[in-house]
Design a binder for this molecule. Structure first.
Ligand SMILES: NC(=O)c1ccc[n+]([C@@H]2O[C@H](COP(=O)([O-])OP(=O)(O)OC[C@H]3O[C@@H](n4cnc5c(N)ncnc54)[C@H](O)[C@@H]3O)[C@@H](O)[C@H]2O)c1
Length: 260
């Protein structure tokens, strides 16, 4: 296999898509495989993981599915174990899973707060915790977390727990980056802006509401369009590859300039 990730092994957590068409997670898994990595595609939905694996196989790449719930730390450890058992190593961990729950301060419930933090933050910690010892033994590795620009600034959506959990994910990324830099284990975080994906579409109830919202989202972006899952995947590819070997602790904003 040739490519920018030739010889590398990646685990992508949340590698499927919740709808028709590519998600941030499935686009990352596909581009990693296209560039020569062997990819463990972990997802809570076996069908979603299976679709990504089938697309990769059809394009001539190597991937395998694994069913795991990011809210369960044992599942995250198992995903890394299976990746190493199947492919002999782990060079790249891409933690894509993230959920939103409606609720500003007055109406957020304890349960929804905990659920969002379990998936957006604890799962990322558990996956990194399991991967880092292997990466240190191998002489290095690249961890990529997926946050959001909502971690940086006011968002129109009332997602208090989401915004705060993603801000904590940014901070965890930087602490892990500094801690393991002497072992050549890098840790970076991508902050997507408005991305046109099934995930974003699912926030709206009817087709009309969705179409209206997508037009408004395009208009809010300085480039006149939302980003695509491929825009996120291209950023992840750079952070996964040795081209970024001296970059760690970076909060990489991929938003077409909307936060400027
Ligand atoms: N789309 C946007 O506008 C936008 C903006 C900012 C940040 N993001 C971030 O992008 C990421 C998700 O993007 P996506 O397009 O891949 O979304 P997606 O909702 O399609 O999710 C990808 C996969 O994750 C899986 N998943 C969901 N919960 C899981 C769990 N508990 N355990 C394991 N797998 C689980 C889903 O089954 C799906 O196949 C999130 O971290 C989100 O916060 C998206």
């Amino acid at each position: 296999m040739t490519g920018r990730l030739a010889g590398k092994v990646a685990a992508v957590i949340g590698a499927g898509s919740i709808g028709a068409g590519a998600s941030n997670g499935s686009a990352v898994a596909a581009i990693f495989a296209r560039e020569g990595a062997r990819v463990l595609c972990a997802d809570i939905s076996p069908a979603a993981a299976g679709r990504t694996v089938a697309e990769i196989a059809a394009a001539g790449g190597t991937a395998s599915p694994f069913t795991a719930d990011a809210a369960q730390t044992a599942d995250m450890a198992a995903a890394i174990d299976v990746c190493v058992a199947q492919y002999g190593r782990i060079d790249i961990l891409h933690y894509n899973v993230g959920i939103e729950a409606f609720g500003e301060l007055i109406d957020v419930t304890d349960d929804s707060w905990d659920r969002v933090f379990d998936i957006n933050l604890k799962g990322a910690m558990a996956a990194s915790r399991a991967a880092v010892p292997h990466m240190m033994k191998q002489g290095g590795g690249s961890i990529i977390n997926v946050s959001s620009i909502a971690s940086l600034r006011w968002s129109q959506m009332q997602f208090l727990s989401y915004n705060v959990s993603k801000a904590a994910l940014n901070r965890m990324t930087r602490v892990v980056a500094r801690q393991y830099a002497p072992h050549n284990v890098r840790c970076n975080v991508i902050l997507p802006g408005l991305i046109d994906s099934p995930h974003a579409g699912a926030l709206f109830k009817t087709d009309e509401e969705r179409a209206e919202a997508m037009k408004a989202r395009d208009a809010r972006c300085p480039m006149g369009r939302q980003g695509t899952p491929e825009d996120i995947a291209n950023a992840a590819l750079f952070l996964a590859s040795d081209e970024s070997r001296y970059i760690t602790g970076l909060e990489m904003v991929v938003d077409g300039g909307i936060t400027l």
